[in-house]
Design a protein around this ligand. Sequence first.
Ligand code: CP
Ligand code: NVA
Length: 305
Amino acid sequence: MKRDFLHITDFTADEIHETFALTKEIKARFRKREDYKPFKDHTMAMIFAKPSARTRISFETGFVRMGGHALFLGPSDISIGKREETKDIARVVSRYNDIIMARLFSHDQILKMAQFSSVPVINGLTDYNHPCQIMADMFTILEHRGHLKDLKVVYIGDGNNIVHSWLRLAQRLPLHFVCACPHDYQPDSKTFTEAQKVGLSELEISHDPMVAVKDADIIYTDVWASMGQKDEAMQRRERFKGFQVNDALMAATGKKSLFMHCLPCERGVETIDSVIESKASIVFDEAENRMHAQNAILLKICGKA
Ligand code: CP
Ligand code: NVA
């Protein structure tokens, strides 16, 4: 049976902890430039319907350094769903490659791709979620704090794909997660309710960032207009006034909180230079850990760890 990684909930809590341990191990191997080639003679097709820096670079670099070959297939190469149906591309690409990594617009499309692919499919972001990002984020928090106990993460901004992956993670690992967003930009209610039903984490939606951030260990933000919504950027800037992560908001936590952002960041919009460049900011560790966490996820879904 092939395994996909489309949501954080595709892994059990034990598997998530194992992935973090493996991430740490792989990161150390990479730092020492050890000869480590578990994917020798393997190929991974990377299908992108949207732009990317981190996802493309981290997957390609990580896979090549583990002995494999990664193919970048940009929006104009495949035109998935336009030039050719997803179910056909999934079967064709599976005949050539050992793994498919895809960044797509519609989540249904990645579900379909996984259904028709005979090789593991890994989600590099859809409009619904971004599981590799939040796995790397939680690993980064673990690295910085040394443990995951009594963790309060406050996300400020749009209730988007990043939030949905936090809510999926909250179904597997206990945390206190608050999404502070305008009332008309809340996360998907089904995802929120499902996570709440599991009863493992304390989950809240707030519309008052200054109150929400109190005692936060982590302040997390993301762009106000995601890929595919850029034409709404100006109207969103108006709507999200008061949701910028600035020095006053960081100070309102009342403790030494860390600042995270999945990047890319629109400086001066959802956050400002003095926060992202501050000692509290761990955004570049977070970006680096994308590669190590994804390598660990790849090893796990391919049955190599
Ligand atoms: N965080 C992230 O996924 O970045 P890219 O969009 O540049 O891949
Ligand atoms: N929410 C953002 C995340 C980018 C990594 C987007 O979907 O564009």
